[in-house]
Design a protein around this ligand. Sequence first.
Ligand code: ADP
Length: 766
Amino acid sequence: MLENLPVLLLKKLVLLPYQEVRLELNIELSKKIIDVSIDSYNSKLLVICPNNTLEINPTAQDLPSIGVIAKIKSKIELPNGNYRVIISGINRVLVSVYKNIEDNVDILEAKVKRTYIDTSNKMEEAAILRTLKSVIESYMEQNPQASNSVINTISNITDLDMLTDIITNFMPFDIAKKVAYMNEFDYVVRANNLIKDINLELQVINIETKIDDEIREKFDKEQRDYILKQKISKLNEELGINVDKQTEIAIFNNKIDELIVDEKTKNKFREEVKKYSYTSESNPDSSVIRNYLETALNLPWNVESTDERDLKKIKSSLDKEHFGLTEAKQRIIEYIAIKNNNANINAPIICLIGPPGVGKTTLGISISKALNREFCKIGVGGLNDATELTGHKRTYLGSSPGKIIQSIKKCGTKNPVILIDEVDKIVSDFKGDPSAVLLDILDQNQNKEFMDNYIEEPFDLSKVLFILTANDISLIPPALKDRLEIIQLSSYTEFEKIDIAKKHILPKIYNEYNLKKIKISDSDLLYIINYYTAESGVRDLTRVLEKLCRNIVISEKEIKSITKKFITDVLGPVKFDFNINREIHPGSVSTLGVTPYGGIVISIETLFTSGEGNIIMTGNVKEPVLESVKVACSYIKANYKKFKIKNDILSTNDIHINALKYSIKKDGTSGGIAFTTSILSAALNKEIDSKTCFTGEITLHGDIYKVGGVKEKIIGAYNNGFKIVYIPKENENDLETIPEEIKKDIKIKCVSNYSEIYKDLFVNKE
Ligand code: ADP
């Protein structure tokens, strides 16, 4: 049966039977075809796809011989004039001829003929249908984009012809393939082709999925690795560990290349890096090597700060920070002056000796500041293990470099000022002699190649400026003492303390606490010094002044000056009062001593008890003191007439002498004239003025010999409120070192024989 139908040419779409498409038509001709079809062909038309889809204006030869009859299901004319139509494919037909419609010449009309294929093998058809359904189901399963509704549609179809068209319709075939399916009348062939094509699609899908999975897996792994790395890096960052070993190794190698050290040392470091590179992270050695490399390579092998060369600047910087301490400051200036002429000069090894709080440590810090050097302090008080200074071998668990190399590392330069504090308190015992090691460290012939047990490579210490401190020079091992330039710092007088407080301590506190200058009179400062501190230096004074200033900061009222009332309010009742008027007895006398902590006053008392001339000494005294007392007794006995005492007073009584107040060991002979005075005072039953004190050694003939530490002793006496001090004439020269303010305030009597003292105290008094 032949049928004439208007032809609609669709280039980009293949309409198959059982397929419904929605089209939006804007071309006038297409719209006209639709109208003609509706008007004259019962809404039917032939939809074809040109053989050559690339041809813009296909001619009759380009038109296919097979097309699909379609029915226009609806047509809507849109406001813009376009037609929206839904057309539905009915069946494929053979086109016998194309010709123009007579009254609509631009529209083609096709003469079409339906063709029926008769497949006789129904069994085969059923089998193919089943296979086709099963492959399409697998395809749907594998293809997540496919819609479930298709499956439902397909499962109910039993007509193979229909099934093939429906399946072809939704398969993602390209136009050419779809055209091929459209052109095939034999549905069994189409079905077989479909099975093949769908299987092929399935394979593609499988490969795609595999690739996808691989990519995802790789991506997942990368993602996981990335996240893990981030986490590890964060953790390591928290722990201060560098993550990437390779980067770390590269950094180590770079550092080694940049070091200006012996090639031998470099090679040793390179060896360590190599060892590190093949030691697994889980091996504990790994972190030992890494620590070693980090420590060794970060040492300032060739980093030096540039010394300030301007001597005036250095002096003013030192003076700004510290009062006095002239000798120490001068020595530093001399060193730099010489160094300016000869850069290779060895640095002096200065040892500052003096009581606590006189500025030894802080002077070290100001020296470093003035010279523009780094500073580090190593405390060696109580140190009995030399390896503390020179480090432990790496074979020890948790080993590290010694204090010297640690300080150098902390400073970051090879020429810092290193203050070795309390060298007089180094202990030498079975663990070794740290002072001997210290000797090597300070020895400028050896310290160019200082060997730390941990680092195992020589480090040059010759550029370091070592400053040592000690309280008691007598406790410094002689071999070490020999190497040092000793600079003695003495106790401060009250006047010096006032000056230090006004010019240094208070301004520093104001600055630190961000306080405006507070008024405080000299007499109030003196009050604080005398009644709230008892020290040679100014450490307690600093603390007390800090406490006062802190109270000003927290006070609600504005305090502009520190008054006595404020002082007692903040500090409480006075802590030290040496002027307390104790009851004085005959035999009570004061002598002077010197300790590493400055001059002190020692009270002694003598009491006669019936006996046989035994001498009893109490108060932690040592042999030399006892001998000195024996000399005094013999001298008095021999001169009993002159002293107007009873002949047998010293032989019919036991003489008890007690040294009071300080628990320190008294082992000098400088108490000679004080003991003589105390015994005579007891024997004559005459009191000695409480503001008078004595220092001097006595001979059997009453001659008075030179003693040590006179300056410290006089400062001690002065700070304790004494007004008269007897000293040996032989010590007269020492008076030059005594500050004028003290000399003005205290009477210093220089005597060469005891008769002069006797005259002063007992005769003239009478
Ligand atoms: P040392 O090391 O001798 O025991 P420090 O150096 O620790 O003493 O000094 C203790 C405090 O006294 C520091 O606050 C320091 O600034 C101050 N000080 C000591 N001597 C002086 C001084 N001559 N000039 C200024 N401040 C000083």
